[in-house]
Design a protein around this ligand. Structure first.
Ligand code: SF4
Length: 443
């Protein structure tokens, strides 16, 4: 196995460690089996079943022992659909307090995981501050920081593979629970971009950086070439891999094209190698997908990646929702989750337009939370929540309705905005309130 040459890398892998150990023996030490009981209770499934799914790699529990504030959560087959909120600075906007506030708001409105995608300011400081405020699994994309840190060398092409692996190790030591690594962006898969012309080319930031790096250096993607090394590092530091879709389609016209599927086939093989090495792996998916292709996208991932948890970005079901892409993403997310996607990455109203604000994060999380819950209901999970809400509606118990709403503050604001002359009903129908009329008649 070829390893990066950095002195910092030496001694990282303990003597005698083996990537051929069985998944059962080598899975995440912190979450298995101690937390399996608690998680099975939360998910409403038998502990034995959850353990079986976890051992088979169909459920992942991202849980880095160094993330001290973490309450682990399980993601995958047969479980409640989970949602992720991306936060983080950009080169244009760096406000640490705002990112911490975004973390709090995202968790408050139902995010099951947070990804810090910071690319501006002191990225490590920001990550550490966010982690302290973060009780849910936290993910990162280490190549962003690796490239930012080596900017003084004159651009992404001058980042060495050691720079990249050193950054991954730092993220692991800081307690990151899962990391997006675009291992499927290879010389071969990116070559198919040339043959199969796209409207929007490469839209993944990590994917684009790696395509540029490979072209300019004439070398293979280090995350692919040194994948065994990455696996050893993931096993040693107990973080999960989120195999990124660096060649995901960025518009409806490019959906489900050859580069996307070609990369997915590579990811499927990498999932198997991760499982053999006892490393947890999630697979990331698109992107922009029309409604009629969503089922196929989920089924192909589940078949090619042997049931690995599928983590989709949206997907956005049309390209023209600018300003409302939390809605286009939620429509796609609901359908994807209905067909078996396990983990939805939210989309905010500022998608394609600007760095999200705290309010955008709230809107994005709520939209995604509704999409996930809609799919859960269709799978026979979580209906007690809706039943309570319906009973509160029937009883005109407005405070209870607010407390049961996915966004209680927003519900309360709307109720106040246009009051009815009758305090019991709302101003939509006033005295013609259907439920009240029937109640009065039956009395
Ligand atoms: S007034 Fe109309 S909208 Fe409002 S609670 Fe009654 S039936 Fe529902």
């Amino acid at each position: 196995m070829r390893r990066p040459t950095s002195q910092l890398m030496k001694g990282l892998i303990p003597m005698g460690s083996s990537v051929t150990q069985s998944p059962m023996k080598s899975q995440n030490k912190r979450s298995f089996p101690q937390e399996m009981k608690g998680l099975s209770k939360i998910e409403g499934i038998e502990p034995d079943k959850l353990t079986r799914l976890f051992k088979a790699g169909r459920v992942v529990i991202p849980s880095n022992p160094r993330h001290k504030t973490l309450k682990p959560c399980a993601i995958g087959e047969g479980l409640r659909v989970k949602i992720n909120a991306n936060i983080g600075t950009s080169p244009d906007y760096v406000d640490l307090d705002e990112e911490v506030e975004k973390t709090r708001v995202a968790i408050r409105y139902g995010a099951d995981a947070i990804m810090d995608l910071s690319t501006g300011g002191n990225i490590r400081d920001i990550r550490q501050r966010i982690m302290k405020a973060c009780s849910v699994p936290i993910g990162t994309v280490p190549i962003y920081e690796a490239v930012c840190k080596t900017a003084h060398k004159g651009g992404p092409a001058n980042m060495s593979s050691d720079d990249l692996f050193r950054t991954i190790e730092q993220h692991a030591r800081d307690g990151v629970d899962f990391m997006t690594v675009h291992c499927g962006v290879t010389k071969q898969t990116s070559a198919s971009l040339v043959k199969h012309k796209r409207v929007t080319g490469v839209v993944s930031r990590g994917g684009a950086l790696l395509v540029a790096w490979m072209r300019q250096n004439g070398r293979e993607n280090p995350l692919y070439e040194d994948y065994d090394y990455l696996l050893e590092m993931a096993k040693e530091h107990e973080f999960a891999l989120s195999l990124g879709d660096g060649l995901r389609p960025g518009c409806i016209a490019d959906a489900s094209d050859v580069p996307q599927i070609h990369e997915l086939i590579v990811l499927g093989k990498l999932v198997e190698r991760a499982r053999e090495a006892g490393v947890q792996a999630i697979v990331e998916g698109p992107g922009h997908v029309p409604l009629n292709q969503i089922e196929a996208n989920v089924r192909i991932e589940k078949a090619v990646c042997k049931g690995a948890p599928f983590y989709v970005l949206g997907p956005l079901v049309c390209d023209v929702g600018a300003g409302y892409d939390h809605i286009t993403g939620a429509i796609g997310g609901a359908l994807a989750a209905y067909f078996g996607a396990d983990f939805l990455c939210y989309v905010t109203p500022s998608e394609h337009l600007s760095l999200p604000t705290v309010e955008d994060v709230r809107e994005g999380v709520v939209a995604s939370r509704i999409a996930a819950h809609a799919a859960d209901l269709a799978h026979g999970r979580g209906s007690a929540w809706d039943l309570k809400m319906s009973k509160a509606r029937r009883a005109f118990d407005w405070d209870k309705m607010f407390s049961l709403s996915v966004d209680p503050e927003r519900a309360r604001e709307y109720r106040k905005k246009r009051k009815s002359h009758s305090p019991k009903v709302c101003s939509m129908c006033g005295d013609l309130c259907a439920m009240k009329m029937v109640d009065d008649l039956l009395k």
